[in-house]
Design a protein. Structure first.
Length: 264
């Protein structure tokens, strides 16, 4: 949910101790999964431009945010600090010159299901947070209405997933449910057609498939694909035509190809 444009006094300050309240906020919100960390100039700038719900921004003298007017533009407390403080907050190498703490937007399954037309991407236990982030970025680029992350794989608030999503997390509705089966059942009961993906499916995605107004494309883990219990709930299973000698695509590549075919 975007912030309002209401004008208010924004705190600017200096962090020179690891006991600063902003540092505590980072650790508390990450543990509760109520927020996620954005690192690096490009992603922090995009978060400011997209008016995401930023709790605060911390940056060093090496950052261009202040020089380019982004600190003034940001609608949240901003603090200048040093590389030592930043390294205590981030395990990334090299240490980022800017970080932002973003509140996780709250979306319900009911709000996502509202409307006459709906396109969803559902993941089932995608293990790599980098792959998951790329899948979410791909979904955003293809124009899906929301992403639903399910299963025991990577979580969407993992910092590698956030980085790989290139700003999609926070802007695109992303819901997370460790148990995917009841979610798929709720989607079906709401009239959403479930399209599973598998290299062993009989239907080629290149064939002319008329999709209903509401559908969800499901993509499974890198090693095992969609779990049998989720596959058993799918209304159809589709595959991508591949050259001889190849058996599968990276999950993010597969998502891009299939969503491009399904979303009209």
């Amino acid at each position: 949910m975007p912030q309002t444009n209401e004008k208010k006094e924004i705190a600017r300050g200096v962090i020179d101790t690891k006991k600063h309240e902003a540092i505590t906020e980072y650790k508390e919100l990450e543990k509760s999964h109520a927020g996620f960390v954005i690192e690096g100039e490009r992603l922090v700038k995009r978060a400011i431009d997209d008016n995401l719900m930023l709790k605060n921004i911390i940056y060093t003298g090496k950052s261009n945010l202040e020089k380019e007017g982004y600190i003034k533009k940001a609608n949240c407390p901003c603090y200048i600090s040093n590389e030592g403080i930043m390294s205590a907050l981030s395990s990334s190498k090299p240490v980022p010159a800017e970080m932002a703490l973003c509140l996780m937007p709250e979306h319900s399954l009911e709000s996502v299901l509202a409307g006459d037309r709906l396109s969803l991407l559902v993941t089932d236990s995608v293990n790599s947070p980098d792959n998951l982030g790329l899948v979410i970025r791909t979904a955003d680029a293809c124009g899906v209405d929301a992403v639903i992350v399910t299963g025991t794989g990577a979580a969407p608030y993992h910092k590698n997933c956030v980085r790989a999503s290139r700003g999609a997390i926070g802007r695109l509705p992303v819901l997370y449910f460790p148990d995917g089966k009841p979610i798929i059942e709720k989607l079906k009961s709401a009239g959403v057609a479930i399209v599973g993906t598998s290299a062993h499916a009989e239907i080629l995605i290149d064939e002319k498939i008329k999709m209903p107004d509401k559908f969800a494309a499901v993509f499974g883990s890198e090693s095992f694909g969609i779990s049998p219990e989720i596959a058993g709930l799918c209304d159809m299973m589709v595959k991508i035509k591949m050259a001889k000698g190849q058996s599968s695509f990276n999950v993010a590549v597969a998502a891009g190809i299939i969503l491009n075919r399904l979303i009209k």
